[in-house]
Design a protein around this ligand. Structure first.
Ligand code: RNT
Ligand code: ZN
Length: 410
């Protein structure tokens, strides 16, 4: 089938492919910088901790700013559509040793310069893990004032940096707060750590920044590795906190019980919030951080964004870290899968499908949606890549770069 034939097929069901491609191209996807080096960062040498883990030791991990941006250049050359980049505080660039509670915008100037040259906007994350000031698995909810203060200061620094980035780039920088706080064993007091977390957050958010510069989000979690019995910042905690304080929630689809779906949560959030942020990932059994692939839940998430016209209300970010395959491929595949899901969703006759639901015609809904699963999507996707000047085979490009560059990183 040719692209023109595919176009005709979609026209028959009332779908304008050209419009869909243009629409999807304008939806930003924020790529996470931490897939490139197994969440190590540049400013500390600590093991990854806080209930998250990378497994595998595929050669070619980026070890510094030069290597990571060189890798990202390759990745971005393979990605269609509007791209952002999410940084973590540990990716600060500094010759001298710098502590997390002393970070300044100057430590991110090389990133800002790199991003502005590429026309990419940045997002940000405080790094509240892999650090000796995480005491007994706790940060903002620690019983020790010294520990809480350190992390409050760190996050304050990060918000100032993110606000400055947002001001310069002309779109708000999303500063997403995730803390690992939780317990391996059954708590004997579930309330007090949450009261302490609230108090710490109150102090952090007492500093105000213009909305055009900074968007603050809070990421909840159900459990982590070694933190199975209790998470201080669970979903109820942050949703209530965000609603009361006019902040944004970030839903990571690896952070819920496996039978819960973020796709179903999105429209509920849209009733009450102007924006909702996502970490799109692929949960496998107890792990929440496998490379995103074109699977049902990713498609369902994309559908909720598209059919609710939430293109700029749902802020899509990616979050996973696989060290067992080529990291450039991991980055690229995850991003392309998300983009592909959006295009797939934009090619559905969404108005008709909504109407059929109101008419309770699920027989027709099923017939139509099943037919569309193998309709003429591949031709449209190929054409979409071509128009975005991505014509080389992705595997070939990555394989070549691996042999020329990555293999030499010992
Ligand atoms: C951890 C959270 C968090 C991290 C990143 C590295 O469970 O998902 O978003 O993955 O901050
Ligand atoms: Zn996440």
């Amino acid at each position: 089938m040719s692209y023109l034939e595919a176009k005709e097929k979609y026209r028959k069901i009332g779908v304008d492919i050209e419009k869909a491609m243009e629409r999807v191209n304008n939806i930003p996807i924020s790529l996470h910088c931490w897939q490139g080096d197994d969440v190590r960062g540049f400013i500390n040498n600590n093991e990854l901790s806080g209930g998250i883990q990378t497994t595998g030791n595929y050669p070619g991990r980026a070890r510094n700013f030069e290597e990571l941006t060189k890798d990202l250049d390759v990745v971005y050359s393979l990605l269609p559509g509007k791209k952002r980049l999410a940084l973590h505080a540990i990716y600060a660039v500094s010759e001298e040793k710098v502590e997390l509670d002393k970070l300044k915008i100057e430590h991110f100037e090389p990133w800002i310069e790199w991003a502005s040259k590429k026309g990419i906007h940045l997002d940000f994350n405080p790094t509240c893990f892999s650090h000796e000031m995480v005491k007994d698995g706790l940060t903002l909810s620690s019983p020790e004032e010294k520990i809480r203060k350190f992390w409050i200061e760190h996050i304050k620094c990060c918000r100032a940096i993110a606000a400055e980035i947002g001001k310069r780039q002309g779109t708000p920088c999303l500063n997403n707060i995730w803390i690992p706080d939780g317990l391996k064993n059954t708590p004997t007091d579930r309330l007090t750590p949450r009261l302490r977390l609230k108090e710490s957050l109150d102090e952090i958010f007492a500093v105000k920044y213009p909305q055009e510069y900074l968007l603050d989000s809070l990421e909840s979690k159900l459990f982590g590795i070694g933190v199975e019995s209790y998470t201080v910042g669970n979903s109820e905690f942050y949703q209530n906190y965000a609603a009361q304080n006019k902040l944004c929630c970030l839903l990571d689809n690896g952070h819920y019980h496996p039978t819960e779906c973020v796709s179903d949560k999105i429209p509920s959030m849209l009733v009450f919030y102007d924006k909702v942020a996502l970490h799109v990932t692929r949960g496998v059994r107890w792990d929440s951080d496998h490379v995103v692939l074109l699977e049902d839940e990713v498609i369902e998430i994309a559908k909720e964004i598209i059919r609710n016209n939430a293109d700029h209300k749902v802020l899509i970010g990616l979050d996973y870290f696989d060290a067992s395959i080529n990291r450039i491929a991991a980055w690229t595949l995850g991003y392309l899968s998300m983009r592909k899901a959006l295009l797939y969703a934009a090619l559905l006759p969404n108005d008709e499908l909504k109407q059929l639901q109101d008419e309770n015609n699920f027989t027709k809904i099923m017939c139509l949606t099943e037919k569309l699963k193998s309709y003429a999507f591949d031709e449209v996707w190929e054409e979409y890549l071509k128009r975005n000047k991505i014509e080389e085979d992705i595997y070939e490009v990555i394989h070549r770069y691996e042999n020329e560059v990555l293999i030499n990183r010992k």
